[in-house]
Design a protein around this ligand. Structure first.
Ligand SMILES: [Zn+2]
Length: 436
């Protein structure tokens, strides 16, 4: 299958940061050629990209598909109340059917808003459903079963350490690299809900299978105090003590690190994910991402779960990531290009996949989003990073390609029956709310 993307403004995010008007030839799922003008090869479908930005598919490095149905059901709360009173009971009320409906509407939303890869934290049960639904959607998916074995801090989602590990091992065997686009990730929820024994078991499994380790850390001051009470350490320092930090570890949030913890993250090349909307909505605080940037710490970006955002628009996250640093560090902090990097090449680095995705370069996977420039908010803006970070939104996404296949074309999903997904999601949400 060949596609020629003709005549867009290419924002490559390659090491030189090239941006120019040109063509991209996609063949067999890969970017075959990039040039100012490419002669149409035989059998190529031509897609006119005049008046668009052609950008690397956006990478959401932290999501919870399982929570998509809970949107609007848990507003205006602090983190621990939000989790214990609302999110955990709703996650525990999922059936296979409601979890599938949640994953479908979440994937549909994210693809329509330009995301081509996600790092997703599952819930405790029915993890197979998330993998099956993600695989069917064409999304490039990193995910795993959420682990919660500390009985006093897991509510209705508690599971024994042994069951948590046995199920994880079964899921790795079934799903890790089940195809080119599906990756298993070890996913203990956070230090509050997980025992030290479980964390150590997770460390062994993630090292043995060379998997990513994905967890929340230092999101909120109340959480950090609780971790200190439970473990005797600060949150990130605790992971350091357990030898859980390293280049394959992804810590989400890192809003309130101690100076020594920033040094530890830097020294161990641990990856971080910034979720600006969630940090604002839950009142958690301002992650020091400008400081991370100055230390060359790799930071990706994520919308987090739908009930703490409440939209999965990566453009909104990029905009907030740039804006939130300016009152703290001055208006030159976190320039637009750096915020755009978080959702592209740096997101790919978080996933350990920057040789394959995150930029438009020959030989990389053809994960590409095409952004319409005709909206009055955008039409006159020449600087692409300014346009993409400060003016565009998911509204402007025109086409989305993953692995060389369009999943969204002319703003419509090619993977889902949109009306059906919405109807089932509404029905399953009502049924779920009655089960709580
Ligand atoms: Zn989260």
């Amino acid at each position: 299958m060949r596609v020629l993307l003709r005549g867009g403004k290419l924002i490559t995010m390659n090491p030189k940061g090239d941006c120019f008007n040109g063509d991209i030839l996609v063949e067999d799922g890969l970017i075959k050629k990039i040039a100012k003008k490419i002669t149409k090869p035989a059998n190529a479908k031509i897609v006119n990209c005049q008046d668009t930005f052609v950008i690397p598919g956006l990478i959401q490095a932290h999501t919870h598909l399982c929570q998509a149905l809970f949107r609007g059901e848990a507003d205006d709360l602090t983190l621990l109340n939000w989790l214990k009173k609302k999110i955990w009971p709703m996650e525990a009320a999922h059936t296979k059917a409601s979890l599938k409906a949640s994953a479908q509407i979440g994937l549909l939303e994210m693809q329509k808003l330009g995301s081509t890869s996600i790092l997703d934290m599952g819930t405790v049960h029915h993890t197979n459903i998330l993998f099956e639904t993600a695989r069917a959607s064409g999304m490039r998916y990193w995910g795993g079963k959420c682990l919660m074995d500390r009985k006093s801090q897991s509510g209705p989602l508690w599971q024994t350490t042994q069951d948590s590990i046995l199920e994880t091992e079964k899921l790795i065997a079934e799903w890790h690299k089940a195809n080119d686009q599906v990756h298993y990730v070890i996913s203990p929820r956070f230090a509050v809900s997980c025992t030290e024994k479980l964390m150590i078991e997770c460390r062994e499994i993630h090292k043995q299978h060379k998997l990513l380790f994905h967890t929340h850390a230092s999101e909120n001051k109340g959480e950090i105090e609780l971790v200190k009470k439970l473990t005797g350490s600060n949150n990130i320092a605790y992971f350091g003590k357990l030898n859980l930090l390293g280049p394959n570890t992804v810590l989400v949030h890192a809003v309130h690190p101690k100076k020594s913890e920033v040094d530890l993250v830097k020294k161990t090349k641990t990856k971080l994910v910034h979720c600006p909307s969630a940090n604002l909505k839950l009142g958690s605080g301002f992650a020091p991402t400008e400081e991370y940037r100055k230390h060359n710490i790799t930071v990706g970006i994520g919308s987090d779960g739908a009930p703490c955002n409440n939209t999965m628009d990566p453009f909104m996250e990029m905009r907030l990531a740039a804006l939130m640093q300016k009152p703290l560090c001055g208006s030159t902090a976190m320039p637009a290009k750096s915020a755009f990097s978080m959702a592209t090449i740096n997101g790919a680095k978080v996933l350990g996949a920057d040789k394959e995705i995150g930029s438009l370069e020959v030989g990389k996977k053809a994960d590409i989003a095409i952004v319409n420039r005709s909206h009055p908010s955008v039409a006159t803006v020449e600087d692409p990073y300014s346009a993409l970070v400060y003016s565009c939104s998911g509204r402007d996404i025109e086409h989305v390609m993953i692995n060389g296949h369009f999943v969204v074309f002319n703003k419509e999903s090619l993977m889902f029956d949109e009306d059906e997904v919405l109807a089932v999601a509404k029905k399953e949400k009502q049924k779920l709310l009655k089960r709580i």
